[in-house]
Ligand binder design. Sequence first.
Ligand code: ATP
Length: 257
Amino acid sequence: MLLEVAGVSFNYPSKAVLNNVSFKVAEGEILAILGNNGAGKSTLLKCLSRNLKIKKGAVYLEGQEIFRTNLRWFAGKVGYMAQRQEVSRLTVFDAVLVGRRPHIRLEATQKDLEVVEEVLKILEMEEFALRFLDELSGGELQKVAVARLLAQEPKLLLLDEPTSNLDLRHQYEILKLLKKFARERKMTIIAILHDLNQALRFADKFLLIKDGEIVAFGDEKVLSTENIYQVYGIKAIVYKINNVPVVIPQELLIDAG
Ligand SMILES: Nc1ncnc2c1ncn2[C@@H]1O[C@H](COP(=O)(O)OP(=O)(O)OP(=O)(O)O)[C@@H](O)[C@H]1O
């Protein structure tokens, strides 16, 4: 197993968020994390990326407990994209080059520069290379964040709502591209998504979380009418169209009172 999450619990000083969360992800797999607002999805991703110190339980990457690993080793293996992108006075090229940092010893080599150029080309962002981040739209910034992660060439990508600022075409393009990287380069992806149908097209496995606890974990079958109702309070029907499951919400069942 590439990643093993074993009985992780996490509290903020004023709030218990994650309760005994356990799951495993194999190399090359794509996992979608789905759940209600405030369920603890971002908190979980921050625990996996070492941004938050786990209080109870443990996370193992390639069998090593993550807080005991060397930070440089960890940074070379794991790429993390936060929900909100930081905006600074860096050019797009330099911002993507930052992704190469775990690979750079003294200064960037020709290879590092070539990787950045290649990634910008793949994302059709070459003409943005010399633009400053604080002059970009939210969607363009999100693409830069993806470019930086791809330039990093990590084993494990942790993505917090990677398509939230993208229009429909770019959402599907970015997810398709990430999936291609996962398949071709055996990159493992864990992504928080809100759109169940998008998740069904993108991911191999699904982790459903409700208020800090796992409701279900497994393949597409876990996106059942019962589980969707338990997590979101919405009655939905799961149809198969051309053998692909499609979730269609039927009605709102949330009590007004
Ligand atoms: N730094 C913090 N200090 C205290 N409480 C926090 C902090 N960050 C998040 N929380 C709370 O912890 C809970 C889980 O937040 P988290 O951001 O992990 O949820 P989420 O599932 O990602 O939600 P969303 O779908 O709305 O992005 C929420 O109730 C949130 O208000």
